[in-house]
Design a protein around this ligand. Structure first.
Ligand code: DX5
Ligand code: ZN
Length: 221
């Protein structure tokens, strides 16, 4: 199984997005955080900007929707060209219907849980999703401290995926850096989002390489 690194442009220079996207072309995905100032306290960017990012990005776009009413809005991000669209358990009204709608549009549907939400309720609908996102900070801001108390959740999810022989990916988001990459990979996460650790580094490509190296050494399937 391969580790994928997804730098989050939340920590990038928003005035120079095209340049910032080129700087992470050695990564596997670009993670775009959409926040609506309701589901989370912060406000970032919407569909027109995601559409332009999809047009110029050298790597696939992974849209992380921290918004209310994804049932209404998530398909707009699929239309905008996102390769994967993640919506939150705490926001979706009909997650299975929405996942199927996104997949029918040719986009990978993914489901996210916040730190206080359990992962077990997803088990019965696991095969509806390409990837499950376990938040390792409270969603809303970059640069927060990694919550290692989420690792049991990652392990339980990895055990379930292995037991059923599924291909579901496990993404972690928040506080991931070269020093926490081994912890999340050892727990079973295979898609690592990193914002400040990549864009805050002098050399983003080097930061991507060291996160990848640490995770690959530690990953447990
Ligand atoms: C937080 C966002 C993250 C954020 C991670 O709500 O979902 O994607 O950019 O930032 P770091 O890696 O700095 O914790
Ligand atoms: Zn995110």
């Amino acid at each position: 199984m391969t580790i994928q690194i997804a730098p989050s442009i939340l920590s990038a220079d928003f005035v120079n997005l095209e340049r910032e996207l080129k700087a992470i072309s050695t990564a596997d995905l670009v993670h775009v955080d959409v926040m609506d100032h309701h589901f989370v306290p912060n406000l970032t960017l919407g569909e027109p900007i995601v559409k332009r990012i999809c047009e110029v990005s050298p790597i696939p776009v992974d849209a992380h929707l921290m918004i209310e009413d994804p049932d209404r809005w998530a398909p707009e991000f699929a239309k905008a060209g996102a390769d994967s669209v993640t919506f939150h358990m705490g926001a979706a009204h009909a997650p299975v219907r929405l996942a199927r709608q996104l997949h029918d549009m040719g986009t990978r549907a993914c489901f996210a849980v916040r730190p206080a939400e359990p992962v077990e309720p997803i088990f019965d609908i696991l095969d509806e999703f390409y990837m499950i996102l376990i938040m390792t900070v409270e969603p809303g801001f970059g640069g927060q401290k990694f919550l290692d108390n989420q690792m049991n959740k990652v392990r339980r999810l990895r055990d379930e995926i292995t037991r059923r022989g599924l291909k579901t990916k496990i993404q972690v988001d928040g506080g991931v850096s070269p020093s926490t990459a081994a912890i999340v990979a050892a727990a079973g996460a295979d898609v690592l989002v990193a914002g400040s650790a990549v864009y805050g580094a002098d050399d983003p490509a080097q930061a991507i390489a060291s996160i990848r190296q640490e995770a690959e050494k530690a990953f447990r399937a």
